[in-house]
Design a protein around this ligand. Structure first.
Ligand code: 5GP
Length: 211
């Protein structure tokens, strides 16, 4: 049987999870699932690399044909994980990362109970606010869209208690080391109690209290 594992990673928009996952990819051979989305590409995003950018009609056809492992509606757009590429990678023995929001993450956990669920917390909601405003300068997102993302981010952080592991994206080197530690230990059966969600409860409470 294949020992490949499915990693589900969630973090609120603007938390910087992309950087951490890119660092993980430097050291390990992992397939990063490419989601379908109905949102418009941001500057620099390439179809088939960052996302498969599809129309709402195409997305709905894929739902109909059971083409998604999971899908969700987020900030007014659909996002979904194409099922076949994930299944193919796992059956070829290659680990898979899904970078998805909590509604989709819990759908995956239901279907694949062995999936490793990791939530990346920002140091504070204020740090997300700053990053989202900075990013909006390139993407042209309006203040209303930013506020929608922030409200969703707070809702997402409340879901962190239900993940297997929680880590903080604070100082970059420390966060890179943490995500590698979690990945290796989850694969090899190492000690992970420092990151267990039940032991991170106070940190999650703290981020929410100051939100
Ligand atoms: P963004 O628009 O910032 O790229 O992504 C918005 C949110 O959608 C992020 O939380 C991201 O993780 C999530 N997301 C990206 N792809 C998928 C997917 O295939 N399924 C689900 N459920 N969420 C996704």
């Amino acid at each position: 049987m294949s020992s490949a594992r499915l990693f589900v990673i969630s973090a609120p928009s603007g938390c910087g999870k992309g950087t951490l996952i890119a660092e993980l990819n430097k050291d390990f051979s992992i397939y990063n699932s490419i989601s379908c989305t109905t949102r418009k590409p941001r500057d620099g995003e390439i179809d088939g690399v960052h996302y498969h950018f599809v129309t709402r009609k195409r997305f709905e056809q894929l739902i109909e044909s059971d083409g998604f492992l999971e899908y969700a509606s987020f900030a007014g757009n659909y996002y979904g994980t194409p099922r076949s590429a994930v299944e193919e990678s796992l059956s070829n023995g290659k680990d898979v990362i899904l970078e998805i929001e909590p509604q989709g993450a819990f759908q995956v956990k239901k279907k694949c109970p062995d999936a490793v669920m990791l939530f990346i917390l920002p140091t504070s909601v204020a740090s997300l606010d700053r990053r989202l405003h900075r990013r909006a300068k390139d993407s042209g997102e309006t203040e209303e869209m930013i506020q929608k993302r922030l409200a969703t981010a707070k809702g997402d952080i409340k879901c962190a208690y239900k993940y297997d592991y929680v880590m903080i994206n604070g100082e970059l080197n420390a966060a890179v080391s943490d995500i590698k530690k979690i990945y290796k230990a989850a694969k090899e059966g190492g000690e992970l109690s420092d990151f267990a969600a039940e032991n991170m409860k106070d940190r999650i409470d703290e981020v929410l209290k100051n939100a």
